[in-house]
Design a binder for this molecule. Structure first.
Ligand SMILES: Cc1ncc(COP(=O)(O)O)c(C=O)c1O
Length: 397
């Protein structure tokens, strides 16, 4: 299902948004992140997918591959770590930003406790960054987060708390624990009176756009972003908007039918909750509530909101793993494939044209995660991550 955002604008990036998030801040953010031993100091690759583009009937298809961002296997390595560094700097302005994640101030930060709720990737990134900086970290998980994802977080020394319910219940629990213990919440989603940290998270995600801007052989006409609470879409869209102004690409957000909070927000013209069960194969996108600060950026910059099914995502995971139509094989997890899942669905239904996509379009999608739940990934693809990476290396020769 697809809805056009009636409030989308073709105008310059507004000063009120620029004051909160701008390209210069994104540049600075990368400066302080790139010396983190866990992050890839190079740009993540953009794969050209010419055969898949032809099969879909689009001019060009590019996939920016965030599975290569760090050993954490997802774009989230850009968000929570940036927010943590900024938070620490606020309390200790005398510290060097670039050295915080190198662990130079572990003794000083031994009682600087942080906490977050997560459906997996954000918590894993915070746990890893906190461990690097020397901060105690607690991660709150809801009932649908797999044991495999919990183990991947616990590996970074975080204290794990489980709650029943869904992502939004875990957000509330994290807030309560923080209040009781005097810890700081490092959340990717905002709420009343809490937006500085989610903004810092969005700032980190915008690094993806900063890199893609120079990597794509021509500016994309369309960018498809997957939506959970909306921080990724807001961060990336803001960068394109500021850079291209009224000539920005058409921006599209895809999310699971069961977790349609952004789709509902577009219809209502304000941040809304999801109408579905908020449980999805696309675990990272299974969010029931829109982040209000993310919505402030998306309200006018996202042109279309679309819903996809779990079966679309499952098929796209297999398709990329096999090497889609003979293109480069890619390790793309359940939430990473949302852009391709949407393109496939629309091509099948014959409604790509409803978003202005045709054989002249240059479409950029983002693989936001690799095999962050390896068991699920290998079960779905029937192959191993090592095998796909081997095939990828052969293809790159
Ligand atoms: C792999 C992956 N992609 C996309 C998203 C969506 O990001 P956001 O919640 O900022 O919309 C998430 C969120 O957890 C994720 O884990």
């Amino acid at each position: 299902m697809l809805t056009a955002n009636r409030n989308a604008q073709r105008a310059d990036y507004p000063p009120r948004l620029k004051a909160m998030l701008n390209m210069q801040m994104v540049q600075q953010c990368w400066q302080q992140l790139k010396s983190w031993p866990l992050i890839n100091p190079l740009q993540t690759p953009i794969w050209d997918m010419p055969n898949t583009a032809t099969a879909l009937g689009v001019g060009a298809l590019w996939i920016k591959d965030e599975s290569k961002r760090s050993s954490l296997d997802s774009f989230k390595a850009l968000g929570a770590p940036n927010a943590l560094v900024n938070l620490i700097k606020k309390h200790h302005p005398e510290l060097h930003s670039e050295r915080i994640l190198q662990g130079e101030y572990c003794d000083l930060l031994a009682s600087f406790s942080v906490i977050t709720a997560t459906d997996g990737n954000h918590g894993r990134a915070l746990a890893a960054a906190a461990q690097s900086a020397g901060c105690p970290c607690t991660i709150v998980l809801h009932a649908h987060v797999s044991q495999e994802r919990e183990d991947a977080i616990a590996k970074y020394g975080a204290n794990i708390v489980r709650v029943s319910g869904n992502y939004d219940d875990s957000v509330r629990e994290a807030k309560q624990l923080a209040n009781m213990n005097g810890w700081t919440v490092v959340s990717d989603t905002s709420y009343d009176g809490y937006q500085t940290i989610p903004l810092d998270v969005m700032q980190g995600y915008a690094v993806i756009a900063m890199e893609a801007m120079v990597q794509c052989p021509a500016p994309p006409t369309h960018v498809i972003l997957q939506g959970g609470v909306g921080a990724l879409a807001a961060g990336v869209a803001s960068y394109y908007w500021e850079h291209h102004g009224a000539h920005r690409p058409t921006m599209i957000v895809a999310e699971p039918t069961q977790a349609d909070c952004l789709f509902q927000s577009a219809i209502a013209g304000q941040p809304m909750a999801a109408t579905g069960s908020v449980d999805s194969f696309m675990a990272g996108l299974a969010c029931g509530e829109t982040s209000p600060i993310a919505w402030a950026f998306m309200a006018e910059s996202i042109d279309y909101f679309a819903l996809i099914e779990d079966s679309d995502a499952e098929q796209a995971v297999r398709q990329l793993a096999q090497g889609s139509h003979g293109d480069m094989p890619i390790v793309a997890g359940e939430s990473g494939v949302a852009g391709l899942a949407l393109l496939n669905r629309c091509a099948m239904l014959g409604n790509l044209g409803d978003m202005g996509i045709d054989d002249q379009s240059r479409v950029l999608i983002i693989n936001t995660e690799g095999a962050t739940a390896k068991g699920i990934f290998e079960g779905v693809t029937g192959t191993t991550v090592a095998e796909i990476l081997h095939n990828q290396a052969q293809g790159a020769l």
